[in-house]
Design a binder for this molecule. Structure first.
Ligand code: ASP
Length: 598
């Protein structure tokens, strides 16, 4: 029978006791982590979200307490009244390891079955089992630390932006399709059979409308939904820290956010960030690092050497150049010691990024490598100078179409940095990448798509290219990058109805289609729109970085697995025929439609 806590009030959490209060009476409550019965002497490790403390029940304790202590098993919920005393054999591993509670009275508040896995810091159980019993997994100190840090981040975020004059305003979850370009999650309407709400991919349109409505500075910590095939760092529902400001230019948005990031890093990671943050245009990031989210914790910059191989006897290089391709390299300092096997495996690595191969040159006394016989002394000197290379360095070359060369080398530099341990642990490198292309050409649909979203403003100086050469138009868009990962991104928006119409036209949306999808926005734009812009951070990713988690599931209390299913609640689930009928829906049986674990 479960007892209750009648008449008792917990005096503190287990590890938050005043350890100096020896001889004082305390009431503690929590889970039994471990019970050891040495016959006449029972030790119980009591656990709550603050940590653990030892309970001692010995012969001096009342008989009722001794009897109950013998019954306690792992994960029982218990309450203990006792007196704090010094531990005769302290445990230096435990923050409360110098003290223990000598129990006077014990209550068993709830019994527990043996859990399917042992609740411990370095859990050995597989993830599917942990997720099925997530409430047990969440008892682990590791998970509690991560969710605590998440709480600290959201709290700091709210405080910071509130102080900076932002109002937290909620936006609807049941809405129309929003423009982030992923597949929508939809919810059928009972009142309008055949019609559906979409869950928001972001509050983009609503936050813009709030600016138009005069709310000036908005923020929200908000759930967003995108029905995409999940990769390791994605979840179908994820959280954004979403911001929008009126009467601002990019500069103003960046400035507020830099102050936020400085505070965040100082208080959450104890890292001091110098302002202003480094900025780099998209074009420069691609040219120097082969990525629009460069990791600046190490150098290994890309070097373009196309002009040096125009006449090369090495056929692969000359034919690539003849076809308008590019030859680039990275210089691996002291890399000449790399084994053939390592170079082969890097070759396989670049192939996964569509590169045809990797050529190499080890700068030993007489250069060695697949390129060696095509390089004369002059060319060698020029190469060394351009790459800033010295004896015993290794040059790794990719020759391909420009985009392939850049991407393959960009990925290669990160892989080489990982393998050669060039990244200092605890190093944080933040930067803004700016001036992204406004549009991207989608080969499949043979038309332009918005790179960010259709409400992003072109750069003023590129406005006249909109008609002439849309591919070259740059946007007032910015991403904030941390250690090669995008933490967030945003833009200054179009606030002119005519320009917005033009943008829709460029994206191949005719007037009717634009009206059908975004009519309410276009209509609103006729009633006075302040210049505005904003940004959204991916909160989950931010917490991952600060907690050093390799999986996004580790920073979300109740996450989904790769198939978008929840192993604990077994959602999604089929609904009964009456409910379907009420929604005006019919179900067509299809094989393999049940989610994992069902
Ligand atoms: N709504 C955008 C996104 O989710 C962010 C922004 O432009 O503010 O990527």
């Amino acid at each position: 029978m479960a007892e209750n806590i009648k008449g008792w009030q917990r005096t503190s959490r287990c590890a938050e006791i005043d350890q100096g209060a020896l001889g004082e009476e305390m009431i503690l409550m929590g889970w039994c982590h471990k019970q050891r019965d040495l016959g006449g002497l029972v030790f119980i490790t009591l656990r709550d979200r603050s940590g653990e403390i030892q309970l001692l029940i010995d012969e001096s304790c009342p008989a009722a307490a001794r009897e109950k202590a013998a019954l306690v098993r792992s994960e029982y919920v218990i309450a203990a009244r006792g007196v704090l005393q010094k531990r005769s054999s302290p445990n230096p591993e435990m923050p409360t390891g110098n003290v223990e509670l000598l129990v006077q009275e014990l209550r068993i508040l709830s019994q527990a079955q043996t859990p399917p896995f042992y609740i411990e810091e370095d859990v050995k159980a597989n993830e599917a089992l942990r997720l099925k019993h997530r409430y047990l997994d969440l008892r682990r100190p590791d998970m509690q630390r991560k969710l605590h840090l998440r709480h600290k981040i959201t709290r700091l975020t709210r405080d910071f932006f509130a102080q900076a004059g932002f109002w937290e305003i909620e936006t609807p979850m049941l809405t129309r399709s929003t423009p982030e370009g992923a597949r929508d999650y939809v919810v059928p309407s009972r009142v309008f059979p055949g019609s559906f709400f979409a869950l928001p991919q972001s509050p983009q349109l609503f936050k813009q409308l709030l600016m138009l409505a005069g709310y000036d500075r908005y923020m929200q910590i908000v759930r967003c939904f995108r029905d995409e095939d999940l990769r390791a760092d994605r979840q179908p529902e994820f959280t954004q820290i979403d911001l929008e400001m009126a009467f601002v230019d990019s500069e103003d948005v960046l400035r507020v956010n830099e102050a936020y990031l400085q505070k965040l890093f100082a208080e959450i990671a104890g890292v001091s960030i110098e302002l202003p943050l480094q900025r780099m245009t998209y074009a420069e990031a691609m040219r120097r690092f082969g990525s629009d989210k460069p990791d600046l914790r190490f150098a290994l910059e890309l070097v373009d050497v196309s002009d040096l191989f125009m006449e090369s006897p090495f056929k692969v290089f000359s034919t690539t150049l003849a076809a308008d391709g590019r030859i680039g390299l990275i210089n691996v300092p002291s890399g000449a010691d790399m084994t053939r096997k390592e170079i082969d495996s890097l070759t396989e690595y670049v192939k996964t990024y569509r590169a045809k191969g990797l050529a190499w040159l080890a700068l030993e006394e007489s250069p060695r490598g697949s390129l060696a016989r095509f390089i004369d002394q002059d060319l060698l000197e020029t190469l060394k100078e351009r790459a800033g290379a010295k004896e015993n360095d290794l040059l790794l070359f990719v020759a391909d179409q420009e985009d392939v060369t850049l991407e393959a080398l960009g990925q290669l530099r990160c892989e080489v940095a990982r393998r050669r341990k060039l990244i200092k642990p605890g190093d944080f490198k933040l930067l803004w990448v700016t001036e992204f292309p406004l549009l991207e050409y989608d080969e499949d649909s043979q038309r332009f798509v918005a790179r960010h979203h259709p409400f992003t403003s072109p750069l003023d100086e590129d406005m006249d290219l909109l008609e002439k050469d849309p591919a070259r138009v740059r946007a007032k868009a910015y991403d904030i990058i941390l250690n090669g990962t995008e933490l967030g991104g945003g833009s200054i928006r179009i606030h002119d109805e005519k320009l917005q119409q033009k943008m829709f036209a460029l994206l191949g949306l005719d007037q009717e289609e634009a009206r059908a999808r975004f009519g309410f926005l276009l209509e609103a734009f006729q009633y006075g729109v302040p210049p505005h812009g904003g940004l959204a951070y991916g909160l989950d990713r931010m917490v991952m970085l600060f907690t050093g988690s390799s999986s996004i599931r580790d920073v979300i209390a109740f996450p989904k697995v790769q198939t978008s299913a929840c192993l604990m609640t077994q959602a999604p689930n089929q609904i009964d025929p009456e409910q379907l009928a009420e929604l005006g829906l019919a179900w067509q049986e299809e094989e393999g439609s049940l989610p994992d674990g069902q």
